[in-house]
Write a protein that binds this ligand. Structure first.
Ligand code: COI
Length: 353
């Protein structure tokens, strides 16, 4: 299957690289691929970025069959472009599709489509320090049919957005509300896959936390609300003494690609690295005893996001005096340097365009 390329005749003006923000600008082109049962995935093409023609009865609008990925391309000092952990993102989307009764885009096909797309769009990878091109591969149900069952037709597409460093003024600790009313994901639900629905489920708690003056929420388990699961849209890590703890993967926790980077790198820092359950009471007790050194989130968008404060109705705790901890800082620097070719890629995380 070869990808047809229709170039735009009206290229966009490039946004200023010192004010990109996150997800505000989009490149000149998008890649689309269609699915229907007889032909399977077919018709890959790169076309000018623009609206998708959609049947208003399409499954994505009514029953939420939508799955996505998020990965980044970085410009190295020598001007070349690298994708970060391309194969892990392709594999994760392939694992997620069956949970939503969606057809799998084979990782080898997704990989080659991303590379086809990047060959057209690579000039859009920004050059300024801290910037990158964020790619958003997405799959949606497009069959127009209102019966509740899996759609027979799908569109897979890739769009891309030049983005700045998530924290414009450098990495800053966030203030987190411990969410005890709403849950992001429950046992047996969709939490382990990058379904749009998980983000829909998170919005109300996040916006209420913002109204209260917090940046994001700490998600607890849906049943007893006592086990720590994720923070905002990220996986969570806590440094307790010299043990770096993250909750084990389950069907309510996303297998973060940056989470996996942290697990690999932290082992080389002389820390005990544990994937084990972490109760909110263990966090509060270790805060009292002085064992709680750092808390941070990990994700593609922000890389590492230190937590400076956790608050709940009737209490709060401060982490590392509200400052960036040494382990969070070191992980941020090291991952960012590998992404930009400033450190050797000893783990094989980069794919050159
Ligand atoms: C990430 O941390 O990369 C996320 O999952 C956020 C993204 C959905 C914008």
């Amino acid at each position: 299957m070869s990808t047809a390329v229709q170039k735009t005749t009206t290229p966009k003006a490039r946004p200023a690289e010192n004010d990109l923000g996150f997800g505000r600008f989009f490149t000149d082109h998008m890649l689309t691929l269609q699915y229907e049962p007889k032909q399977g995935w077919h018709e890959p093409k790169v076309v000018p970025y623009g609206p998708l023609p959609m049947d208003p009865a399409a499954g994505v609008f009514h029953y939420g069959q939508a799955l996505f990925e998020g990965l980044k391309a970085f410009r190295a000092g020598d001007g070349t472009v690298n994708l970060f952990r391309l194969d892990e993102h392709c594999a994760r989307m392939a694992r997620g599709a069956p949970r939503l009764c969606m057809p799998v885009v084979e990782p080898s096909l997704m990989r080659s489509l991303i590379l086809d797309f990047m060959r057209v769009e690579q000039d859009w990878v920004p050059r300024a320090p801290g910037t990158s091109l964020y790619l958003r591969p997405t799959m949606i149900a497009t069959e127009g049919f209102l019966g509740v069952r899996a759609s027979q037709r799908y569109t897979f597409f890739i769009i891309a957005s030049p983005v700045g460093a998530y924290y414009a003024g450098g990495v800053k600790p966030v203030r987190i509300w411990v969410e005890r009313e709403h849950t992001r994901a429950a046992k047996g639900g969709l939490g382990a896959v990058k379904a749009g629905a998980n983000y829909a489920a998170s919005l109300l708690a996040a916006s209420r936390a913002k109204e209260k003056g917090y940046d994001q929420v700490l998600w607890l388990d849906a049943e007893k609300h006592d086990q720590v699961e994720e923070v905002g849209t990220m996986n969570l890590f806590a440094l307790l003494g010299d043990e770096l703890v993250t909750p084990p993967l389950s069907d309510s926790i996303l297998a973060g690609v940056t989470r996996n980077c942290v697990l690999q790198l932290a082992k080389g820092y002389g820390l005990k690295v544990s994937e084990r359950p972490l109760a909110i009471s263990e966090l509060t007790q270790s805060s009292k005893s002085g064992a709680l050194k750092e808390v941070f989130g990990s994700g593609t968008a922000a890389v590492i996001s230190p937590v400076g404060e956790l608050s709940w109705t009737g209490g709060s705790l401060q982490v590392n005096k509200g400052e960036v901890g040494p382990i969070a800082g070191r992980l941020y620097e090291e991952i960012s340097a590998i992404q930009r070719g400033g450190r050797p890629d000893t783990h094989g995380w980069l794919t050159k365009i």
